[in-house]
Design a protein around this ligand. Structure first.
Ligand SMILES: *Cc1c(COP(=O)(O)O)cnc(C)c1O
Length: 420
């Protein structure tokens, strides 16, 4: 970064500091990951200079020869990865991608049914503060109090009563397998469009560890930067019959020019995800999450629903005598990054909830395996037991740093690919 260093010391320093923070810290935020150096090179390329409103071979600007190559490669690779009939790779991020789905398939005021945010759903699945809750008529389903899982009989009961126009299946904080076929059957019974949001688990699906809803559902959205390990961005996949409506909703519906440098990086990430190493990574992400949950349970942490089938887990800290916010702060002091999170039926407030959410994609990309999960659970336990003891936390921080430096993150200087 010699140009940046010469030209803008402040931003250069911030990037250096963030690099150091990422190298020395333990990243347990379930939605984060490390993109490869190849993905970052594509993001930093000259495609950032281009305007290309429209779609391949149908653009509103000239000079599209190489942009079209890039976008077509991204589409072809995504189709192959998810067995999709139609793909739109232009979506800026997960939330605008979801906005485009609503715009394409519904009228304002139509009824949608999704998992409530407080039970693991996403803001864009009908939360009152999101466009989805403001413009549409929302009915939510929740997890069950005893099992802390989605009960498909309950979903069916609500759907039969409410007759939503669109049934949404997807989550940001739910650790159990989704019954895609069950959702599809229910939707068919009430004539609803099926919309799956696989933002969190796309990498685990691409890596063939979780069932793929793309062949089952009408429309599927995903971010590209979470378990899928690409650039920040999103895409939409759908059946051919919705292709035109979806494309029109993305452009000109909610977006202008696509971010071609990001499209290039998406194509690079999809190629990586098609390699056998990526399936091994996806498998290890889940093995690590299960090992971490088991080790935490051994230390008397209560895991919501008793465990995990994917990359994430929710921990109820009530019995440990501290809140999610206190835990997040104590862990951050130790160089362990997590996010506080509401747990189902939480009696506390979103800014200081009862739980934390942990995920293993980032640490798996660094090459950590089951035996490292035991160490991490030990640090988390020690940090939370000593959350008011500064010296103890500083001691843990030093151990975490020394440990993390043994598992380098991908940077252009230090290129590790596919978690090796
Ligand atoms: C992360 C996420 C999104 C939104 O993605 P952004 O890129 O942050 O807008 C949408 N849906 C789900 C389920 C997510 O987890």
């Amino acid at each position: 970064m010699s140009y940046l260093k010469k030209q803008d010391q402040e931003i250069f320093d911030a990037i250096q500091n963030e690099t150091k923070r990422q190298q020395e810290g333990m990243e347990l935020i379930a939605s984060e990951n490390y993109a490869s150096a190849a993905v970052m090179e594509a993001m930093g390329s000259v495609f950032t200079n281009k305007y290309s409103e429209g779609y391949p071979r149908k653009r509103y600007y000239g000079g599209q020869e190489f942009v079209d190559t890039v976008e077509e490669l991204a589409i072809d690779r995504a189709k192959q990865l998810f067995a999709a009939e139609h793909v739109n790779v232009q979506c800026y991020s997960g939330s605008p991608a979801n906005l485009a789905v609503y715009l394409a398939l519904l009228q304002p005021g139509d009824k949608v049914m999704g998992l409530s945010l407080a039970h693991g759903g996403h803001l864009t699945h009908g939360h009152p503060l999101s466009f989805s809750g403001k413009l549409y008529n929302v009915v939510a389903y929740e997890v069950e109090k005893d099992t802390e899982r989605i009960d498909m009989d309950k979903v069916r009961e609500i759907a039969l009563r409410e007759k939503p126009k669109m049934l949404i299946a997807g989550f940001s904080a739910y650790s159990r397998d989704m019954d895609w076929r069950g959702f599809k059957e229910i939707a068919d019974e009430v004539g609803a469009i099926t919309f799956a949001d696989i933002a969190h688990i796309a990498g685990l699906i691409a890596g063939k560890q979780l069932e793929n809803p793309v062949p089952i559902f009408d429309v599927v959205s995903t971010t590209t930067h979470k378990t899928l390990r690409g650039p920040r961005g999103a895409m939409l996949m759908c059946k051919q019959e919705f292709a035109q409506a979806i494309d029109k909703a993305v452009f000109p519906g909610v977006q202008g020019g696509p971010h071609d440098h990001i499209t290039a990086a998406k194509a690079v990430a999809f190629r990586e995800a098609l390699q056998p190493e990526f399936a091994a990574y996806a498998k290890q992400v889940i093995a690590n999450a299960q090992a971490l949950a088991a080790s935490l349970a051994k230390n008397a942490f209560r895991i919501i629903s008793g465990g995990t089938d994917n990359h994430l887990m929710l921990i109820d800290l009530t019995s440990k005598g501290l809140t999610g916010k206190e835990a997040e702060t104590a862990l951050e002091t130790c160089g362990i990054t997590v996010n506080k999170n509401m747990i189902p039926f939480d009696e506390r407030k979103p800014l200081d909830p009862s739980g934390i959410r942990l995920g293993t994609p980032a640490i798996t990309t660094r090459g950590m395996k089951e035996k490292e999960m035991e160490l991490i659970a030990g640090w988390i336990n020690r940090a939370l037991e000593n959350h008011t003891h500064e010296a103890a936390l500083a001691h843990i921080r030093a151990e975490v740093k020394e440990f993390c430096l043994r598992f380098p993150i991908p940077t252009p200087k230090n290129n590790i690919e596919n978690g090796e």
